[in-house]
Design a binder for this molecule. Structure first.
Ligand code: NCD
Length: 306
């Protein structure tokens, strides 16, 4: 059975095909209104979420399917001490496909070993977030028209930001990519990510602490929130939380065809004054998340029925 635990579970060709489906859904939503009739998606969210959970639920509802689930660990039997494996074994009896978010790295992988229905990783701790990456890729494709020959700046909490890790893995498969990694010393991309995707493929990259020194060369700027919930102490969080703030003044230094992405939620790292800049794509990006998740649910259900 096909699951989506890591973005590399999907080939470049499969991603291209899903993007084509998502674009077709955007143009002809009426053709998909019964695509998942009588199918049920369970959203098992052991960690907070707005966009990911709601876009999964909206996606399934727009495909004519049904949804059930929980949105916090405290309202599930995890709070009584139930293991992930047991919760999954039970939920497989209630749903045809499961999207799961968990604070522990690897929990969705464990779930997929136990499951009899497809498992989608909707974010596991500070590790991976493959469906956000699908959203990011659809956005890049729609806004830039290509995945190759791009200078991609990743800015903020590159250590705990799981969306960054999955996006680096995905972008490292295209030709002519340059990464510019912009973070404080303490929040650099973990070496396992750098080694597996950037160094292993000899992808040119630079690391810096200063956004204003590099913003002029970027085609894509991916801003991220400092991940408060993953910090060991509040003091470090308070010291680092406002390390980057994208302002209209910084945008004035950037290319005219830069695109600014952010997985959201935003805290302070992008000034609201940037929102009206046509290069600010993050709210469009959040909307695209629903369409690519529709394409993903259809694909995994189809493969499961083979
Ligand atoms: C991201 C996440 O949960 O990792 N949010 C999302 O899914 N859109 C980013 C974040 O929480 O900062």
């Amino acid at each position: 059975m096909k699951n989506l635990i890591d973005i590399l579970d999907l080939s470049v060709e499969e991603i291209d095909a899903m993007i084509a489906v998502a674009n077709d859904i955007i143009d002809h939503p009426e053709n998909y209104r019964e695509a998942c009739k009588y199918k049920t998606l369970a959203t098992l969210f052991f960690e907070p979420s707005t966009r990911t959970r709601l876009s999964f639920e909206a996606a399934m509802l727009e495909l004519g399917g049904r949804v059930l689930g929980f949105s916090e660990a405290s309202s599930s039997s995890a709070s009584k001490g139930e293991s992930v494996a047991d919760t999954i074994a039970v939920c497989c009896g209630y749903a045809d496909i499961i999207a799961m978010r968990h604070p522990k790295e690897g929990a969705p992988l464990v779930a997929s070993m136990k499951a009899t229905v497809p498992i989608i990783n909707a974010g596991d701790g500070g590790h991976n977030h493959p469906t956000q990456t699908l959203t990011d890729l659809l956005t890049i494709k729609r806004e830039k028209g290509r995945f190759d020959n791009l200078t991609v700046g990743l800015c903020g909490d590159l250590k705990f930001g799981r969306t960054v890790h999955s996006l680096i893995a995905a972008m490292s498969r295209y030709a002519g990519i340059n990464f510019v990694l912009i973070s404080p010393e303490e929040l650099k991309v973990p070496s396992y990510v750098k080694n597996a995707y950037i160094k292993a493929k000899n992808i040119p990259y630079e690391q810096t602490t200063a956004l204003e020194n590099v913003i002029d060369k970027l085609d894509v700027l991916y801003m991220t929130r400092v991940q408060r919930e993953r910090f060991f102490n509040e003091e470090d969080y308070l010291r680092l939380k406002d390390c980057y703030v994208l302002t209209p003044e910084k945008m004035a230094m950037a290319k005219k065809d830069l695109i600014v992405l952010h997985p959201l939620p935003r805290v302070n790292e992008i000034s609201v004054a940037v929102d009206d800049d046509p290069r600010a794509c993050y709210f469009r990006q959040a909307r695209y998340g629903k369409f690519i998740r529709m394409a993903l649910i259809m694909k995994l259900l189809e493969e499961a029925s083979k």
